[in-house]
Design a protein around this ligand. Structure first.
Ligand SMILES: *[C@@H]1O[C@H](CO)[C@@H](O)[C@H](O)[C@H]1NC(C)=O
Ligand SMILES: *[C@@H]1O[C@H](CO)[C@@H](O)[C@H](O)[C@H]1NC(C)=O
Ligand SMILES: *[C@@H]1O[C@H](CO)[C@@H](O)[C@H](O)[C@H]1NC(C)=O
Ligand SMILES: *[C@@H]1O[C@H](CO)[C@@H](O)[C@H](O)[C@H]1NC(C)=O
Ligand SMILES: *[C@@H]1O[C@H](CO)[C@@H](O)[C@H](O)[C@H]1NC(C)=O
Ligand SMILES: *[C@@H]1O[C@H](CO)[C@@H](O)[C@H](O)[C@H]1NC(C)=O
Length: 338
């Protein structure tokens, strides 16, 4: 609500203000971990998973300079690709997690390495993993969301270019949505990443496609019943020219905040804007404010105001295995410049 000049003035005075935004960071994760996706705990702290080299689960409170706490390590996989809070009420905190093997040297997953299971966190801090199923049909799992009030999760398969529906009560996996806008661009390109992030918001299923550099959306029949038995139709493209990984929608006004992994930036497309081309709000260019942001979520109770971004560190280190920087979480307060 402040005029832009106030923000620029603040930038000049306070080094912690970046692009007019207040930015804070956690301490680094151990080197070599590619921090991939997040889920919010009822306490407001963030659960995050690592995708390259070690399948770890961390708990990170949202506060400057906190140290990420390793709370679980999965078995039989080199990484955890997806995490979502379970959509049904439960006695203990329950999350759904997908694990699997992906190599940054070949940029390819290992066939039949993906598995899905529950993580339960008990009040005394005990973390328990229960495997539900192997997912041999899934080529490369990426973003995942729960369908609120149901036992269903939707899983983005970024290599095959599908959205799968998995029922945690029956362990049935079915193809939910298939469309050219979910696909990788070119089957002989070195990096095959089609549909990446998925979100349910404002009566739509939104998804990003990394190769196609877009976010698109398609109406779902009902917010809590989008799956009977599959989705058809043509999505509307709402963001273009974005080196995107994942994103979050503001449920109240439709603004879309983008974790631009390929651009080292946080960007936005405002719903009232005439343009589908995002505006950078943090990082970008040669800035080191963000390095390879892979996901973005709202902080607890702060929709439209405060974000958490994963910051995976310099991207090339996962290819070279010369680990030069740890990942961290970045906390961004948007309210200074709204
Ligand atoms: C995935 O990686 C784990 C850990 O290195 C390994 O034990 C497992 O055999 C791998 N799975 C496949 C299908 O190769
Ligand atoms: C480990 O992974 C392999 C192949 O991905 C699978 O067949 C096997 O059941 C898994 N083991 C466990 C204990 O989940
Ligand atoms: C597909 O990718 C390969 C490898 O990057 C490239 O040589 C080829 O020209 C691309 N084809 C099209 C149609 O874009
Ligand atoms: C959108 O474009 C129209 C026509 O060019 C212009 O009048 C209007 O101010 C623009 N709105 C925004 C939010 O840029
Ligand atoms: C980034 O740095 C390079 C090398 O110093 C420079 O040529 C380039 O213009 C810079 N890019 C931006 C967007 O500032
Ligand atoms: C690893 O990266 C650092 C920093 O860029 C560099 O100084 C070092 O020579 C690299 N090591 C190897 C083995 O490439």
């Amino acid at each position: 609500m402040f005029p832009r000049t106030i923000c620029l003035w603040a930038t000049a005075l306070l080094p912690v203000i970046t692009h007019g935004l207040k930015v804070e960071r956690s301490h680094d994760f151990p080197k070599g971990l590619e921090i991939e996706n997040m889920a919010l705990r009822p306490s407001g702290s963030v659960l995050t998973i690592s995708y390259a080299s070690e399948p770890h689960l961390f708990d990170v409170p949202v506060a400057a300079n906190v140290t990420p706490k390793l709370i679980y390590t999965f078995q039989n996989a080199t990484g955890a690709s997806s995490i979502a809070k379970w959509g049904l009420p439960s006695d203990t905190e329950a999350y759904v997690v997908v694990t699997g093997n992906f190599s940054f040297q070949t940029f390819a997953p290992t066939p039949d390495s993906y598995a899905i299971g529950f993580v339960n966190i008990y009040p005394d801090g005990l973390v328990k993993y229960t495997k539900l199923a192997q997912l041999p049909q899934v080529s490369q799992a990426n973003g995942m969301i729960s369908v609120p009030g149901t036992s269903y999760v939707l899983i983005a398969d970024c290599r095959a270019g599908f959205i799968w529906l998995f029922d945690t009560s029956t362990t049935q996996l079915t193809k939910y949505f298939d469309h050219p806008l979910l696909k990788t661009l070119n089957s002989s390109a070195p990096v095959l990443f089609g549909v990446n992030g998925i979100k349910l918001a404002r009566g739509y299923l939104y998804f990003s496609n990394t190769n196609q550099q877009i976010v698109a959306r398609i109406p779902v029949p009902s917010p809590n019943m989008p799956f009977s038995p599959s989705l058809t139709g043509d999505p509307e493209i709402v963001v273009t020219q974005t080196p995107i990984d994942d994103f979050i929608v503001n449920e109240f006004n439709g603004d879309i905040y983008l974790a631009e992994n390929g651009g080292n930036a946080l960007a936005v497309v405002r719903s009232g804007s005439n343009s589908t081309v995002p505006i950078t709000v943090l990082g970008g260019g040669n800035s080191t404010a963000l390095l390879s942001p892979s996901a973005v979520i709202w902080q607890a109770g702060q929709e439209g105001r405060k974000l958490v971004l994963t910051n995976s560190g310099p991207a090339e280190q996962f290819v070279t295995q010369n680990f030069t920087g740890g990942g961290r979480l970045t906390f961004v307060d948007l309210t200074d410049c709204e």
